[in-house]
Design a binder for this molecule. Sequence first.
Ligand code: GLA
Length: 389
Amino acid sequence: MIASSRILRKMVTAATVVTALVLVSNLISIRAQAQSGSVVKQAYGTTADGVAVDEYTLTNAAGAEVKIITYGGIVTSLKVPDRHGQLANVVLGFKTLADYETKNPYFGGIIGRYGNRIANGKFSIDGTEYTLAANNAPNSLHGGTKGFDKRVWTGKEVQDGGNVGVELTYLSPDGEEGYPGNLSVKVVYTLTAANELRIDYSATTDKTTVVNLTNHSYFNLAGNGAGAIYDHLLWVDADKYTPVDATLIPTGELASVEGTPFDFRAAKTIGSGVRSSSEQMVLGRGYDHNFVLNRPADNSLALAARLYEANSGRTMEVWTMEPGVQIYTANFLDGTLVGSSGGMYRQGDAICLETQHFPDSPNQADFPSTLLNPGETYQTTTIYKFTTD
Ligand code: GLA
């Protein structure tokens, strides 16, 4: 009798321990899930040519969320907290795939094979001349008529601890848009646990070619559709910029920013210089210029720019391995596009910080080279890091 009640007591204790262990392990797994974030893939739509497009939603433990579609590798939405923890989408976009296919001024897309302009759509490698589409007459812009922002990429979910991402791959065939060489491209978007959108670009080729990849997100830290970004404070670590001609091709000069609207070495509002009478600002219709970053000689990641919006308290830092950043104040938006905010977009409603090699480098021997040879790997990283004050 005494013996059996002792056994019973032991059994009850063992059961309690097991239950407690199960509870603890459940709690640990719930916490792990909360700490690790998630990647959700869903169908987004079908292109006019009948190709299926997926959307990847990356959410981190802090609740920040990025949506990326396989069409163009476009960042369609990027939600980050303000100083009170309220999320807002800080990039411009559209509501439908058809809008992205038919009228996108590069909102959020992966730009390639060559970001920005190549003069007269021509360049030579080892004496062979290549001709590109003059889709921004007389120049070629952002990879031509159907650049990487208009191609359907192959997506694959990536998860690494608290960091969540999507890996996008695309094979650009030899001769596509006039560029030589089969170019195998990989772009990995990662939303880190620290509210960073990290973009790792890599590429290899089987013939010498030129490569200059970037992302064309239009940022507004007050929120998509909140109006102009003229009150945003901008700091850029650049002593020099590349002045342009009337067709926005660099003249080749690396000009000092000193005493010009291009001097952001002390943070100032974008509005303070955007309507300046300086010839360069008139040519650009605002900021549409490449800044020459003061960066370490090696290709480490360095802080290039910082954007701050006082009402929300949001700051975005731009870290990059690239030598330049194209700062574009959405000068060509004219109120004719209705976006994902439901309202129309007007000039100055966003700012792009396109990390890159300088425009027209294939025709400018003194600019850092954009050549990629067989056997080499093009590799570059840019991080957009969001914090609040
Ligand atoms: C870049 C160019 C601009 C414009 C935009 C897209 O920033 O420099 O001139 O083409 O892309 O509209």
